[in-house]
Every structure is written in structure tokens, then in C-alpha cells.
Design a protein around this ligand. Sequence first.
Ligand SMILES: *Cc1c(COP(=O)(O)O)cnc(C)c1O
Length: 419
Amino acid sequence: MNKEFVPFKNRVWLSSPTMHGEEFEYMKEAYETNWMSTVGKNIDEVERLACEKVGCKYAVALSAGTASLHLAVRLAGVKPGDKVFCSDMTFCATVNPVVYEGGVPVFIDTEYDTWNMDPVALEKAFEIYPEVKVVVVAHLYGVPGKIDEIKKVCDKYGATIIEDAAESLGASYKGQQTGNFGDFNCISFNGNKIITGSSGGMLLTNSKEAAEKVRKWSTQARENAPWYQHEEVGYNYRMSNVIAGVVRGQFPHLEEHIAKKKEIYERYKKGFEGLPVIMNPFDEKNSAPNYWLSCMLIDESAMCKQVRGENEVAYIKEKGKTCPTEILETMMKYNAEGRPIWKPMHMQPIYRMNGFVTREGNGRGKTNAYIQGGALGKDGRPLDVGMDIFQRGLCLPSDNKMTEEEQNIIIEIIRSCFE
Ligand SMILES: *Cc1c(COP(=O)(O)O)cnc(C)c1O
């Protein structure tokens, strides 16, 4: 019998919006001056603030991070039938925009050091598909990927990089901010991100021409004429000046949010000492994450049997062992919200026929979905890294408003699952 705890009166969230008051003032200003559309001072200001923070030349405020990824895919010139290399273990919005343009995602497996795209697998992928010209790379949970290695491979093959920094705003690698490494880069102000507008996103670039195209496409692609004149397909993707007011009020608090998230990460790390787990890792020498979500990975030796079907999961409890499902269910019982790791795209029903490349080459048919541990590579480690992290990992409650006391109880709840 596991230990019992008193359930939290108020739900402890995975990551919810943290407001400060200025957001409301800027929204009110939009209302009172009647700039209630997709033009106005809040929009100009958030674009300026994003450039200042990330260090890029141009920012275009859009309705969502997904919209910015879509326009980035268009900028990269993806045409129907073109294969595009994509991060595999990520939110679906990294990948779906490739499909909007008729492109065909080919998934690149994950590495264990930062849980991001494996540059070794990327190089293998270029050997298999040398014609590929575009790579979409995400920084998971606010941890920068192996940017130098990925850039080196992309440069060698002349590929355009789209950086999905939706989760990593404020994170840096060798002193440079994420969102400024690729050709066309995306950030998000979705409600659970490090700062939010309730919704919204941005395309970041150092190319004036690209920024101008995105400005035009996002406002229905009007030509310069006295009437609505159209030479290409446009979208209604511009950010509202009201939403921009929220983002504008949040920007000054970005560093404060990161500091809070870092405290949360470090408290978990300390609290789990002695348990057979690790926290989501990062390159401590070269990178500074934004710690958006704290995650943990259970050692293989401490995993009880857990089997995931398409929509259901079962596990068999064993003394001294646990699994993500047991921990998530136990936290939920006490009103604390966690989440499984993003289920890798190559395991998703919609993408099951797409290419998937591991560090040893073509992974299709060679990795063993749903069998705990899966197939092993030549180095003795699981060949399908994304599947392995999905099987053993989970996201922990990482809300900025969680108190130290609440977090200590969550740590105790998790510790009890290992008994
Ligand atoms: C949130 C997110 C997006 C999409 O951003 P939206 O603003 O929700 O459209 C894209 N990629 C990743 C990795 C994300 O986490």
C-alpha cells in the first residue's frame, strides 16, 4: 500500500499563465484608443522587444506559433512531395505545417544528452535522402539542442534551418539566444509557454525580404493597388493588438519566469537524490535552458512493466519499481497535473508511413514500438531513443505559481511510487 497524502485543494498545474497586471493596462490602452484590430502600438512594441531579447533583426507578430511555422515552411520553399527532416520527439505543431504545404516529414531520432534532434542521425538521414533541403529543429522543454553539430551538418548539405523555439524563448546556447540560429525561426505565446499572450506567435529572421513576405502573407497577401489585388495565396495570421498587449505586459517578466522555473527544476533535482531517476538533461557547459518544463526519466532498472496501446495504457505494479503512468495517476489523485513526454511523431498513426532515421540509419522496421526497452543499437543502448524516453519519461508539475511547500509534497508523492 502506498503512502497517503492530503489532496491539493487547488489544482497544481503543469504550466499555466502567470499574469502581473501590466498586461491588463496594455489591453485597456488598446481598447481605450480603439486600436482593436491587427495594427497598433502593442504589436510594434512586442516585435521590438522580441528582436531586442533574441538578438535578431526582424520579428513579425502572428496569431500562433503554428502560423509562424507554416509561413517559415513557405519561406523555405517546400513544395508538394518535398521531403523535410523534422525533430521527432516534439509537439505535433513542429511538423504539421510541413504537411500544410504538401511536404513529407522524415523524422530524425532524438539524442539522450538534450532530448533533441540527434546530429548523428541527421547526418545519416542526408546520406539516405541527399535531396533534402529543409530541416525543422525544435528545442524541447526549453533545452537548447546540439546546435553547432546540427548547423554543421546542415551547412555541409546546404539545407535551410527552421528553428522551432516555441518552448525555448529566453534559452541560450554559447551565449546566443535560441530563435536566432536558423534561417526562419518561430516562437509561441500560447497559454502554457514561458510567457504568453493567451495565444500568439512570432516569426524571427535576419532577412528583411523574408520578414516583408511574412507581413504580407499574414494579412491576406494584398498587392499594392487601390483595391484588393492578389497575386499569391494569403492567410489571416496577424496578431491582434489586444493579444499583443498581453505579450507586451509579459515580456519584462521573462527573466523572472525563467528564474522561477529554474528554482523548480533544481528543487526537483535535489528532492529526487537517491532515486533511480535523472532530470531532463542539458549541456551544462554551453547552454542555459529556460527550464520551461521539468521532466524526469526513470532508470530502466526501476521501471515496472508498462504497455501503451494507441489510446490506453496498463502497468503492473512491482515493489520498488514504478512507471510514468503510475506517477501521473498518483499525482492526479492528489490534484497535481503532469504529462507524458511528447509521443514521438514516428509512432503517431498519421505519420507511421513516413521515414524515420536513427543514429544507425533507416529506423523503420528496425525499432520495436511498444516493447519495453525495444531494439538495441550496436552501442548496447536503445536504438529508438524517442520511444525509450517516451516510455520512461514524464513532465512534472512546473507551474510558476506552485509553492515550495506544494512542490515538496509532490516530491514525496513521487518518492512514494518507488516504494
Ligand atoms: C506550443 C508549440 C508550438 C505551437 O505554438 P502555438 O502558439 O500553440 O501554435 C510549436 N512547437 C512546439 C514545440 C510547441 O511546444
